[in-house]
Design a protein around this ligand. Structure first.
Ligand SMILES: *Cc1c(COP(=O)(O)O)cnc(C)c1O
Length: 363
């Protein structure tokens, strides 16, 4: 059932067992589904995200990850509020686009795509702009693979007493994060990234006391995070509109497999090893990484084209024939391609990948 491995950070390669559990149909309002699957998923997500689970709650939302980012921003930031968005890639900029669409008062603080977000710049801006009420940032910028210094950013934002919203789409489940210790108020991720489910919904983990106050804030019906949460809470796992039942069942299985692997720290260790094997092997073949090792996440790695006349399309096609699907680059300043390290993929897969690239180079 696997013509090739997806070395793309979402959708990614999932296990056979995750795919298998989608072979039965579930009734969207039946207790077997709501109580036994949806409620268990919500509890599990909160305990994965926070050492004080009682302070947090989970909302699942149909659609891709962006739907959840949009649901969160438009349901949490009020007309009189002011949102500071720190961006160093496409996903940070997308939060700016969402803020534009919903006419949120905001400022998009832009950093170079090859640099990490600088907490000192956020500190300076917050000192000079007391009107800011909320700060949002991407944890792992999948555009390049840079891992922003979440701990330092959270510490600055909390010192200024602002609400912190984190797009942890491509890191949650694969990089340890404790919302309670860091003081994160809203954290957004989706089914098809480090939890290793299939695409179809995302989720927002929220500080309960803040979400409770968000009734009527949203300017969208289907992306009303409060209303979605309210129906799920009162209905014990009921979704407001049609639920992606098969995807949710697959996600439940993926959570079980995360636990069996040893939880987030074990998965993080595997991703780091995947990344290490990849980078060591590629450097031995004279490929260079876009980022310095200090800013690099274990999620996705950007490499420069090895030569000016490098034919990415040809490289892509040949690798696909050999069983590996990779990603094109996503930045304008340099010619790059990207290789994802997450999913049901293991260090040996990266050893095989590097060997395959070596034989392509020799042709
Ligand atoms: C995947 C991803 C998203 C969501 O993208 P979708 O295409 O809407 O799923 C948002 N932010 C980051 C950092 C991501 O990696």
């Amino acid at each position: 059932m696997r013509p090739y491995l997806l070395l793309t950070p979402g959708p990614l390669t999932t296990s056979e067992t995750v795919k298998q559990v989608m072979m039965s149909d579930w009734c969207t309002w039946d207790e077997d589904y709501n109580v036994e699957i949806v409620e268990k998923i919500r509890q599990e997500l909160v305990s994965l995200a926070s050492s004080r689970p009682e302070e947090y709650t989970a909302v699942l939302m149909q659609g891709s990850g962006t739907f959840c980012v949009e649901a969160a921003l438009n349901s949490v930031v009020r007309p009189d509020d002011f949102l500071l968005i720190a961006a160093n890639g496409a996903y940070g900029k997308r939060m700016g686009t969402i803020a534009d669409y919903h006419h949120l008062n905001h400022y998009l603080m832009q950093f170079d795509e090859t640099q990490a977000v600088d907490p000192k710049e956020i500190d300076r801006y917050l000192s000079e702009h007391p009107e800011v009420t909320h700060v949002s940032v991407v944890h792992c910028e999948t555009t390049t693979g840079v891992l922003n210094p979440l701990e330092a950013i959270a510490s600055v934002v909390k010192r200024h007493g602002k609400v912190l919203i984190v797009d942890a789409m491509s890191s949650f489940g694969g990089v340890p994060i404790d919302m309670a210790t860091l003081g994160i108020d809203f954290l957004i991720s989706s089914a098809n990234k480090c939890i290793q489910g299939v695409p179809g919904f995302g989720f927002v983990l929220a500080r309960r006391s803040l979400l409770e106050k968000c009734k009527g804030v949203a300017r969208s019906l289907s992306l009303d995070l409060y209303d979605q949460w309210d129906v799920m809470e009162k209905g014990h796992g009921k979704w407001r509109f049609t639920s992606p039942t098969h995807v949710v069942r697959a996600f439940m299985q993926a959570l079980k497999e995360l636990k069996e692997e040893g939880g987030v720290s074990a998965r993080h260790a595997r991703y780091c090893e995947n990344h290490r094997r990849l980078v060591e092997g590629m450097r031995a073949l004279h490929f260079q990484t876009l980022l310095p090792d200090s800013d690099q996440s274990p999620v996705i790695t950007s490499f420069y084209y090895p030569t000016k006349d490098f034919n990415f399309k040809d490289f892509y096609r040949k690798l696909k024939e050999k069983g590996f699907v990779i990603y094109p680059g996503k930045i304008s300043q340099a010619d790059t391609f990207r290789i994802g390290n997450i999913g049901d993929v293991y260090p040996d897969d990266f050893v095989r990948l590097v060997e395959t690239i070596k034989t392509l180079q020799l042709q």
